[in-house]
Design a protein around this ligand. Structure first.
Ligand code: UFG
Length: 322
């Protein structure tokens, strides 16, 4: 049985569905502070906070072999406003989970880490061995969690894989689940809100970045590609007695303006675009070198930007009932 924390959230639910389709038994643990119970319909569901001591009850009830840990706060902007909230939930509460895993002898762990651990990288595409210099509390909270895992693995009888996601986007092709944050802060769903008429315009946060068109460049990866990478990483942990860290991205960067253009193309709709100030904590460019996971686990992403935006648009139309 695999424990999936945050399995009622965006990336966790897509991975839980993929695990189920691959024949794994799962139990989702989610306190529904961000997730939706309807997103956790595959396998078992338990309403617990992963930072609570009561979480032991889940380990007593199910025979857990490994943990996929998605539950976390993930807004860069909010983390700048509320750093303690991020260190407490993303780092301190993960220590609680690790302690309970140790008590029950559960030795396989996959962390949802992030490209935000690199900060403003010295060179792109970014390889896993680049120096980690997070520039926002969110990135810092994941960096320190990776350090805790490294030390835990050094103690023995415990292995982990840290997956550093670049920009997760897109939705389930069956439209059973999708991206639904409240409030929404991510670029693609906000642009689609403008396309669907839920907002009057989309604002570009800064046009003076060190990029060809002045807007930030990111590497967008389909959520189903993230899901399949988790399965590959879990199989690796089952086969080998070692830990590892991998980037998950497409290896291609798109600027904010290019994303807006792709959304206009896919939706066939036009909308107003405003220029706003920079958002604090945003690095200029984040593009993954994801060759390590391809070489070591044979995983590579399948879906390109157009597919990402098309799947997001289909879901967006469904949830907005249009
Ligand atoms: N942006 C806008 N206007 C908006 C919203 C976003 O211009 O209305 C810009 C942002 O400034 C940024 C880019 O679009 O330059 C992407 O922003 P998102 O909020 O969609 O994503 P982030 O790159 O800030 O962060 C995401 C995840 C993080 C993760 C990071 C890693 O939310 O958890 O990708 O690359 F760390």
């Amino acid at each position: 049985m695999i424990l999936v924390t945050g399995g009622a959230g965006y990336i966790g639910s897509h991975t839980n569905k993929a695990l189920h389709n691959a024949g794994y038994d799962t139990v989702v643990v989610d306190n529904l502070c961000k997730g939706y119970e309807t997103f956790a319909k595959w396998g078992n569901f338990e309403d617990y906070d992963f930072g609570s001591k009561d979480l032991r009850e889940v380990f007593e009830k199910y025979d857990i072999d490994g943990v996929l840990h998605f539950a976390a706060f993930s807004s860069v902007a909010e983390s700048v406003e509320l750093p303690q909230k991020y260190f407490k939930n993303n780092y301190k509460n993960t220590l609680n989970l690790l302690q309970i895993m140790r008590e029950f002898g559960v030795d396989k762990f996959i962390l949802s880490s992030t490209a935000a651990v690199y900060g403003n990288p010295e060179k792109v595409p970014i390889t896993e061995d680049q120096e980690l210099k997070p520039i926002n509390p969110y990135g810092h909270s994941k960096w320190i969690t990776e350090k805790a895992l490294e030390r835990e693995a050094q103690k023995g009888d415990f292995n982990y894989v840290s997956l550093r996601y670049f920009n997760a986007a897109g939705c389930d092709f069956d439209c059973e689940i999708g991206e639904l944050h409240d409030p929404e802060t991510h670029l693609i769903p906000l642009v689609l809100d403008a396309a669907i008429g839920k907002r009057d315009s989309i604002s570009i946060f800064g046009t003076d970045y060190n990029t060809p068109d002045g807007t930030c460049i990111r590497d967008y990866i389909h959520v189903n590609d993230l899901a399949s990478a988790h399965i590959a990483a879990y199989e690796y942990l089952c086969e080998k007695n070692e830990s590892n860290i991998f980037n998950l991205g497409n290896g291609q960067g798109y600027s904010v303006r290019e994303i807006i253009d792709m959304c206009k193309k896919v939706t066939g709709r036009d909308f107003k675009v405003d220029i706003a100030d920079r958002r604090e904590g945003d690095p200029d460019i984040l593009i993954a070198d994801a060759s390590k996971i391809e070489k070591e686990l044979g995983w590579k992403p399948k879906y390109d930007l157009e597919c990402i935006v098309s799947s997001a648009w289909k879901w967006h139309q469904k949830v907005n009932d249009i």
